[in-house]
Design a protein around this ligand. Sequence first.
Ligand code: GLU
Length: 355
Amino acid sequence: MQQLLRATTVALVAFSLAQAQAQTATNKPNIVIVATGGTIAGAGATTANSATYQAAKVPVDKLIAGIPELNNVANVRGEQAFQIASESFTNEKLLQLGKRISALAKDPAVDGVVITHGTDTLEETSFFLNLVVHTDKPIVVVGSMRPGTAMSADGMLNLYNAVVLAGTPSARGKGVLVAMNDDILTGRDAAKRTNIKTSAFSSGWGPLGMVVENQAYWFRAPVKRHTMNSEFDIDTLTSLPEVAIVYGSGNMTPELYDAAVKAGAKAIINAGTGNGSVPNYLVDTLKRIRASGVQIVRSSRIADGFVIRNSEQPDDKYDWVVAHDLNPQKAKILAALALTRSNSTSELQRVFWEY
Ligand code: GLU
C-alpha cells in the first residue's frame, strides 16, 4: 500500500512537473535565430586570439547549444541562412535574407527573430531590414567582436541579450534593433565606429536602452519611419539598383565619379569632407553627372552630425540631395531603395528626411 502511495505521489509530482514545464514552454516566446556567419560564428587557434581568427565557422545549432541559458528565456530554433563574413554580403543576399525574415515574421508561431551577423556590414543589413520588413514583431540583429574561442568572448552574452530582446513585448513596434555590448540600438543609426573593441557599435544619437539580466530597459524611441510604416516592402522587391560611394579627401580626381557612372551607378553618395562638401574643382563634374540622370547625394565622412541642405553647396540649384544624418553606407541602402520607386530628386529628398 505504502509502495502504491509512493508510486502515485511520484507519478503526480512527475505529472505536475511536466505540466509546469509545458506551461513554461508555452509561456516562453518562440524565437528563430537566423545565422549568417561573422565573428559570432568565428573560431581562433588559441584563446588569446581575440582579433586573428576565421569568421563564419560555427553552425547555428552549435551556437545555440553553447548557451543552454537560452532555454530559460525562449523556445529557440536556428536556421543557417549563410555562413559568410559580412563584407561579402551582396544585394542578392540582402534581398534573400529580407524575404526569409519577412516570411518568419508573418508566421503566427514566431514571436521574434534574431539575426546573427558579421559586424562589418551589420549596419547596412539592420537598416535595410528596418526599411523593408513589414512587421511589428521584434527583429534583432547581433554580432560579436571576439570569436567564441577567445577569452572574454562577447558573443554569448550578446546573443543571449538579443534573444531576450526579441522575446520582449515592449520591443514590438520599435523597428529593427541591434543588441551589442548590452546596448539596444536602432538598426537605423547603429554603426560600427571602432573596429577592435567590444564597444564597437554606437550611434551619434545614443542607444535606445540596455538589456541587463533578462530585462530590457528603454530610454528613447525611434522617430523615423520604419517597418510597419515604411513604403518599401521586401515582398515586392526583386533587385536593387547600383549605388556608388565616393570618399572625399583633399586632392581628388573627377575620374572616380566618372568611373562610378561607367560602372552603372544610378546614384553617387558623396562621402564628403565636413558638411558633405564638394571641392570647387569637382562641382562641374557633379553637375554634369546629375544632368546625365544620375542622382548626387551629399553625405559626410564625419561619423557624427548631419549634412545641412543648401549649406556648403546650393542643392536646390544643382538638383542634389542631402543624406541628412545617414552615413554614406546607410545612405547607399536608402538611395537604392528609393530609386526602386522614383528617380525624382524631390522624392529622394523626402525619403531622406522621413527615414
Ligand atoms: N569581417 C568579418 C565580418 O564582418 C568579421 C568581423 C566581425 O564579425 O566582427 O563578418
